[in-house]
Design a binder for this molecule. Structure first.
Ligand SMILES: [Zn+2]
Length: 67
């Protein structure tokens, strides 16, 4: 079970894009999706029990928390 934890105010379109990128990263370890705001790479950052997927420059980001 994973809950989305918004960490930055992003649009639904940006959110769905990051979800696709997250799926790519989980399955393939990489994604071709770029940041919709600056064109930067989308990267995943792991914390202890959660992780975030978002722009390398932090302009869009979505958080996931394991339960
Ligand atoms: Zn960006």
């Amino acid at each position: 079970m994973v809950t989305n934890v918004p960490t930055i105010d992003i649009t639904e379109k940006e959110s769905s894009l990051l979800l696709v990128a997250e799926n790519d990263l989980a399955e393939n370890g990489k994604t071709d999706i770029k940041c919709p705001r600056c064109g930067g790479a989308i990267v995943a950052t792991n914390f202890d029990t959660s992780y975030t997927v978002g722009c390398e420059f932090d302009c869009v980001k979505i958080g996931f928390r394991g339960i």
